[in-house]
Design a protein around this ligand. Structure first.
Ligand code: BV8
Length: 222
């Protein structure tokens, strides 16, 4: 069975990583446009690095939960494409491989000058020099609002060829991720939403499994 899965912040919530929506649109007391946009980074790179250093440390302390582990088990028996909006590495540490991080990853660093990528240190500093070109223009390898998400060709293909599309722990408010369920359904997939509540795109799903991901995902996988 070809299964495409999209996860959001809700799958990591029970690992102790706060979701975006849980903080009333403020992210760790910062306005999103101040810390998750290229303009915000241009305006105050020190603030943005501090914001991502804190989230990188939180993610390093967190442990994968039963939902992450259940998806790793599912991939042993089916052709699973795991697409995540999350920038933590809990899917990988929960046993999943070839995870598609469409919004980037806290583990990556990117040079804004030459485009070089390397593993991010736990603490990044604005004036750290790029190991490739030497410019002091390093940024987290994160897709900010207004930037093109990564691996979209691979994602569209997986969604168009899937027999089942499942969205887990996402509020369906950020595009193009939020449009994937409708695209999957139009391509013939059966769509399943696993969430604590409804989402902005619940209408795009044939089936809803309401509850905490550590309960609903293992039950869905078995
Ligand atoms: C782009 C990295 C174009 C940063 C992120 C108007 C209309 C439509 C679109 C737009 C528009 N204006 C602007 C846009 C585009 C914009 C967008 O969609 N804006 C929204 C706000 C309207 N999108 C973009 O800018 C994207 N790029 O469009 O590029 C383009 C084209 C050509 C060339 C160049 C560019 C880029 C978006 C990526 C932004 N980066 N992340 C970081 O993480 O620091 S988005 C970020 O927020 C996350 O990655 C994630 O995607 C999103 C948070 O969403 P969720 O994961 O869903 O989390 P949330 O907290 O919202 O919800 C949690 C859910 O879990 C809830 O449903 C809750 O019920 C559930 N839950 C909680 N606990 C549990 C649970 N479920 C189960 N169990 C539990 N225990």
């Amino acid at each position: 069975m070809r299964i495409a899965i999209l996860t959001g912040a809700g799958i990591s919530a029970e690992s102790g990583i706060r979701t975006f929506r849980a903080s009333d649109g403020l992210w760790e007391e910062h306005r999103i446009e101040d810390v998750a946009t290229p303009e915000g980074f241009q305006r105050d790179p020190v603030l943005v690095h501090r914001f991502y250093n804190m989230r990188r440390a939180d993610a390093a302390r967190a442990q994968p939960n039963a939902a992450h582990q259940a998806l790793a088990r599912l991939a042993r028996h089916h052709q699973v494409t795991l697409i995540t909006q999350n920038v933590d590495d809990l899917h990988e540490r929960g046993g999943s491989h070839d995870v598609i991080h469409m919004h980037g990853s806290l583990l990556g660093a990117l040079c804004a000058s030459c485009g070089h990528r390397w593993p991010a240190p736990l603490t990044m500093r604005w004036l750290d020099a790029c190991p490739h070109c030497g410019d002091a223009t390093t940024r987290p390898d994160i897709v900010w609002f207004g930037e093109m998400p990564y691996h979209m060709e691979t994602i569209w293909h997986a969604v168009e060829t899937a027999e089942i599309f499942a969205a887990i722990g996402t509020s369906g408010q950020v595009y193009p991720a939020a449009g994937l369920a409708q695209h999957a359904r139009r391509s013939g997939a059966r769509t399943v939403e696993l969430n604590l509540a409804g989402s902005a795109v619940s209408r795009d799903f044939d089936e809803h499994r309401i509850g905490a991901a550590t309960q609903t995902v293992p039950a869905w996988v078995t």
